[in-house]
Ligand binder design. Sequence first.
Ligand SMILES: Cc1cc2nc3c(=O)[nH]c(=O)nc-3n(C[C@H](O)[C@H](O)[C@H](O)COP(=O)(O)OP(=O)(O)OC[C@H]3O[C@@H](n4cnc5c(N)ncnc54)[C@H](O)[C@@H]3O)c2cc1C
Length: 645
Amino acid sequence: MRIDNRDHELGMDRAISRRDFLNGAALIIGGTVVGPPLLGATPNADDAPEKTPGYYPPALTGMRGNHDGSFTFAHGLRDGKKWDATGAPENTGETYNLVVVGGGISGLAAAHFFRKRAGAAARILILDNHDDFGGHAKRNEFRSGKRTLIGYGGSYSIETPEPYSEVARDLIRELGIEVSNFPKYLDRRLYSSSGRVPKIFFDKETFGVERLVDDPYPFPGGETYDLAVPGPKAWEHFLAEAPIAERARKDFYDLCQGRKDYLPGLSREEREQRLAHISYARFLTEITGMHSDVTRLYQRISQPLFGVGIEAIAALDASEQGYPGFDGMGFEATGLADERKYFFHFPDGNASIARLLVRGLIPSTIPGHSATDIVTAKADYSRLDEESSPVRIRLNSTAVRVKHVGEVASAKEVEVTYARGDKVYVSRSKNVILACWNAVIPYICEELPEKQKNDLCLAQKVPLLYTNVLLRNWTSLQKLQANAIYAPGGYHTNVDMDLPVSIGEYKCTREPDEPVVLHMSKGACHAGLSPREQYTMGRIELFTTDFETIERKVRDQLAGILGPGGLDPARDILAITVNRWPHGYAYEYSTLWDSAILESGERPCDRARKPFGRISIANSDAGAHAFTNAAIDQAYRAVREVTKR
Ligand SMILES: Cc1cc2nc3c(=O)[nH]c(=O)nc-3n(C[C@H](O)[C@H](O)[C@H](O)COP(=O)(O)OP(=O)(O)OC[C@H]3O[C@@H](n4cnc5c(N)ncnc54)[C@H](O)[C@@H]3O)c2cc1C
């Protein structure tokens, strides 16, 4: 790394926890080598990486999410490389009742449902290409002195625009999560009692001047538990200080407070039609007549939820999220408010759901008995894949071929071939559930009909970056009176302290001189293109941006925002974990871009998930809905298909 003066000031040369370390030694994650101990290993060998003392992925820092090494084989398949170039796969001799490809919430839930139907003795193997289970439900841990701090590297909460189905609610309950208890764990007055409020950071490059201003309309749609309430003088502050045109400030005030009907004379249905087919950006400029600075201010507000800016989302979707401009148009009472009460956030997000599922499937892996002790319980990864256990989870293993043994119609078994380290193995199973991403399936399941493969390929993923930064303390945020910052021109668009949640033994940070995990998020979008094109470009961007570049961006951005509060990035940043998700959210159909599909009555995802012989398809992609409830519902449906055979 070349260090110049600016890099030195930012602390690029500081010895922080930023690289991938395991057990005190650098773990080479890249190419086909997932870790030195893996070379030549058989799946069950004691020298498999998961059996290495100290193997504990949640504590790894540096580049996480879709980490290096996890996609080598899948990208090889995409690029036409042969996985069997090194010879025939090694037969493990293992046979299962069910093999699940994909150890995200959908795959884990599928194993759970199957076990309930087939009995505790049912033999199940779950394969995942990552070094950790949970998929997007990813736990990040940090150490500061004797204290462990927990962050979410992906899925944040139980929360959805659609109500959870009975099946999904039952599973959440069965795992011991009492969603209605959430207020007990949340210190809802902690922020406001210390004067910290949501802010907007205007950067010099975009707005000509650097300024932190109260956000008068924070977190559209994210007002759960009143934490995103604006400061008492937020409008006064915004109207006086926001470095945008004076008319834009006034326009924005009117938009948020005016309760104006911008589509008079139209019925509710006509309004919905109009808003469904116009972008929110055009709604702001053409229908409400906002000054262009308002669009500039709001351009990236939708990135965290939609992965694209407001030029690519339908105004109707914006209204459902509570974005400003719709209060006077009869769109406020959608029944969403009640559903939002079905909300639960663990410090590691929905990784706790994944961990509870794993504990249920293989009790020896994670000690404890409740959905509160799960928060601090440490997983023993060496127990995930043991011969004595009916359920086994095999990490660092990419399924490369899934094929019926003999004719599809009469086959009694499916052969699952997977790459692990520098070897390829094959196991057999009576049934297979592909809970991996739709777009991977055509490459590993060649015998599927071509039409179905095409439908599967339409399930694009939405790229996102979730960066967690361990700070020595948060005195700078206290001094600046900020708890959440929207940065419309920043590399990351959002910089947030987590909800103050204390569950079981885990206590949230309360005093400014305590360490904190700051969460920063970014969508990798390229305005001006269709969402699908943006997602492709964003995926390439995330795969080709190295950790050093992102670290520099993080330090620079935090220096700009929190420097005036006393943050010294060189001194105060203790660790950085970048959760890179080029394959993030499931693609959701939009009235703006997919109206023909939606009007046709049958979506590609409905056709794509059709069972094929002894193979069924789960994953949130199968429901084209990027939420935990979809992952669970699709798992349930796939298990019903499997157990009907
Ligand atoms: C950054 C982020 C934030 C999110 N926040 C929320 C939230 O707050 N609330 C919410 O409800 N949802 C959220 N989601 C949506 C999330 O995708 C779903 O809730 C859910 O976790 C998806 O689970 P899944 O099992 O369907 O997919 P995944 O979690 O993607 O799991 C699929 C697994 O299959 C693996 N796989 C793929 N191919 C292969 C192969 N060939 N061999 C072996 N394994 C393979 C993948 O690597 C992955 O580990 C978020 C998603 C992201 C990316």
